[in-house]
Design a protein around this ligand. Structure first.
Ligand SMILES: [Zn+2]
Length: 315
């Protein structure tokens, strides 16, 4: 598929979205179908017939009338918001070319900025859990960067006070097109961390291309083939053809995040990276994004706000 085909593919229009998920009843039904794809089973009597209530997210057994919460145990757990607001948030986040800022989300949904922030981060958590364990194969380009800071300058002293590094890697196809992407926040760029990153993120059969930063050399210990490309260092790395796709993605990712928030707390960086990764890895099929996000949300455990602040996913 060409790049234009990605850019111009039809997504789910707002009109279509409203027709399918504009009412709470429709959202409750969609969520219950997603939770019980093989059909409802009553935990009380084992009955297989049930119906959704129209006003509250509950499923009622047709045999014993036992009521089961449709949202319990999912990311929507004990929410006070109508499900149609959640669905609209999922639609906006999944269909956006870039991300959606908390302010924009609060305007579109008609909720406070605090509520919009928590909605957004819970959905980003869903994306993160969905992308957890993503491993790249074949030819893989990788580079590292700091969010909020400039690229590392030269080959020494890859450090920036208070800024958290991350590693971005893109798998390419035999005809030189970008495939899947992996974005991982790390605590540092030392040998031990890099080795752990390579083991988890890159298949041992892959060929990894990086610049000559010494720590990348350790990735050979995992058995994968590693090519260190001579590169000018700093921003000039973006001109090296071997790193074309990882640098394009890096530029987009930074622009994307800069566009939606001025500052990211280090503890939230993994979720912003995961959101980018989730969308990037599904860019060929915009129309299926909402059902896929819903499917994942129905299988993501509840995430209270205080946990969002503690959440850590660094290696
Ligand atoms: Zn029952």
């Amino acid at each position: 598929m060409t790049r234009n085909a990605i850019q111009f593919q039809p997504g789910l229009s707002l009109v279509e979205f409203q027709a399918r998920f504009g009412r709470d009843e429709q959202c409750i039904q969609a969520l219950s179908r997603s939770r019980w794809p093989l059909g409802f089973e009553c935990p009380e009597c084992g009955g297989h017939r049930g119906h959704t209530l129209t006003t509250r997210p509950l499923m009622q057994c047709a045999v014993c009338r036992h009521q089961v919460s449709v949202t319990a145990g999912t990311i929507f757990h004990s929410t006070k918001l109508p499900l149609r607001v959640w669905f609209l948030a999922m639609h906006l986040l999944s269909q956006a070319k870039h991300s959606v800022s908390g302010l924009e989300l609060s305007r579109q949904l008609g909720v406070s900025q605090t509520t919009a922030w928590s909605l957004k981060h819970k959905l980003m958590q869903v994306m993160m859990e969905r992308e957890h364990g993503r491993r790249l194969h074949g030819r893989v380009e990788a580079d590292d960067a700091y969010m909020g800071g400039e690229r590392h300058e030269g080959r020494r002293g890859r450090g920036a006070p208070g800024k958290r590094p991350f590693i971005l890697a893109v798998q390419t196809t035999p005809d030189g097109r970008p495939g899947l992407l992996q974005a991982q926040a790390v605590n540092n760029l030392g040998s031990t961390t890099m080795s752990r990153w390579a083991k988890k993120a890159i298949s041992p059969a892959a060929t990894l291309l990086t610049d000559e930063w010494a720590a990348y050399g350790i990735t050979q210990a995992t058995g994968l083939r590693h090519h260190a490309q001579k590169s000018p260092g700093g921003w000039r790395n973006s001109k090296v053809p071997a790193f074309k796709w990882v640098n394009t993605a890096l530029g987009n990712l930074k622009g994307n995040i800069r566009g939606v928030c001025r500052w990211i707390g280090n503890q939230h960086l993994p979720r912003y990276l995961a959101e980018y990764q989730w969308r990037y890895n599904r860019r060929f099929d915009l129309a299926s994004l909402l059902p896929r996000l819903l499917h994942a949300a129905a299988r993501t455990p509840p995430m209270p706000i205080k946990l969002l602040y503690l959440a850590e996913n660094a290696w």
